[in-house]
Design a protein around this ligand. Structure first.
Ligand code: BGC
Length: 394
């Protein structure tokens, strides 16, 4: 059937080039009229005198999302925005409902960390139809062209740092020993988890090729090592089963490469409960959560990968400001915002199945017993109270 002639009227109101944060702004409005069908894009947010930012976080129970939510809320509020912050309890339907509420609540921009990266296509189409801009925060949103930008850390590099730590801690280079290592990967519906896994596996590959690493459970693929919802309990149970099945007394386990801190907590508990060896088992993590910092201090976890969440929030707020000012930010945002930390712009790596999403990527760093004081306490990210208890200051 012949395509109908489409007439589009696009009214673009030119905006100031100067970043003006969340000051109320007029917005782009678009009307499309077809001969047979009339589609009016309902711009729920424009010209209502408010600038509304919807922040949809996956889970209130995990320390990092609490803190991300708080950082983002504070920074957007300082910029004069109204903020709707919701946590989805790791439930896809709750997140979809949260996003719908934000759209009808007049959101101009949505900052979303997806519970399931591939489950938001429909609701994001609704957001786009309402002329709402969409930022994928930390986790890429898959299978949609509605996502405008992605802000995250270099996820592949997280896995590289974890694997390099294991290689160094076990003195694997130039040794002819064989090492027994097990893997606890992240949630398979979180796109980041694959990047962490790939970064770690690519780095360990030369050792696997030379048979210097043995995985006695034989579980080495992404899915078979994955952990639904990044759950501490599921990670613990899986490692306990592995220890009881493949590590009888006298069989040494050298390391467990855990994708993040919540899974590392589970691994530490499993080792304490069910590992019969007396050697120290090297454990990795990610997020520098407070419970894991205690474990690094007491020696039950070896490292974590620190991702400065305040940096992620700062980049996100600068990006949203620029978008709300009517710009189409690209690499120029990094110079214009004059960030005091490393941030790179990438237009090729993060393909969501529909398009390569323009990404702003930050640099993760390794934290261990030696540098945690300098990186986390001297910088003021954490402090200790008079009883020595650690608390987050930012
Ligand atoms: C984040 C990690 C976090 C994990 C579990 C990932 O998407 O990048 O920092 O540990 O989700 O919430």
């Amino acid at each position: 059937m012949l395509k109908q002639i489409k007439t589009a009227f696009i009214t673009i109101i030119l905006f100031s080039l100067v970043l003006s944060g969340c000051e109320p702004q007029p917005h782009v409005t678009e009307q499309t009229t077809e001969e047979t069908e009339e589609t009016t894009i309902v711009d729920t947010h424009s010209n209502d005198g408010r600038t509304v930012v919807g922040i949809s976080m996956p889970d209130v129970l995990l320390e990092r999302w609490n803190r991300d939510g708080a950082f983002l809320k504070e920074q957007f509020a300082n910029d004069g925005c109204e903020v709707i912050l919701r946590f989805a309890n790791n439930l896809i339907d709750t997140q979809i409902n949260d996003i719908r509420d934000m759209i009808s609540g007049g959101a101009d921009v949505l900052v979303i960390t997806a519970v399931d990266g591939a489950a938001l296509t429909k609701v994001l189409n609704e957001a786009r139809a309402a002329n709402v801009k969409i930022i994928a925060y930390d986790r890429l949103i898959m299978e949609t062209d509605a996502v405008d930008y992605y802000v995250s850390f270099d996820n592949y590099q997280v896995g590289v740092l974890q694997a390099n730590y294991v290689i160094g801690a076990l003195l694997m280079v130039n040794s002819d020993k064989i090492y027994n290592i097990e893997f606890i990967s992240g949630d398979p519906v979180d796109n980041n988890a694959r990047y962490f896994y790939k970064g770690a596996m690519d780095t360990l590959d030369p050792f696997l090729e030379m048979n210097k690493i043995r995985i006695l459970s034989t579980q080495s693929g992404f899915y078979e090592t994955s952990t639904a919802q990044w759950s501490t309990d599921i990670a613990q149970q899986r490692l306990q089963i592995i220890l009881n099945s493949y590590y009888p007394k006298g069989t040494r386990l050298d390391a467990v490469l855990c994708a993040n801190d919540s899974t590392a907590l589970g691994a530490a508990k499993a080792i304490e409960a069910d590992y019969s060896g007396t050697n120290h088992v090297v454990l990795t993590g990610q997020d520098a959560d407070i419970a894991n910092i205690y474990n690094i201090i007491n020696g039950t976890q070896d490292m974590t990968v620190y991702k400065a969440l305040d940096q992620e929030a700062v980049v996100t707020v600068a990006l949203c400001s620029s978008i709300l000012d009517g710009n189409t930010p690209a690499e120029d945002l990094i110079e214009a915002a004059n960030f005091s930390f490393d941030c790179s712009y990438d237009t090729t790596t993060y393909d969501n199945g529909v398009k390569a999403v323009p990404s702003y990527l930050l640099k993760p760093i390794t934290i261990n017993y030696q540098n945690l004081e300098k990186e986390l306490f001297v910088t003021g990210y954490y402090q200790r109270n008079s009883s020595g208890l650690i608390y987050a200051t930012k």
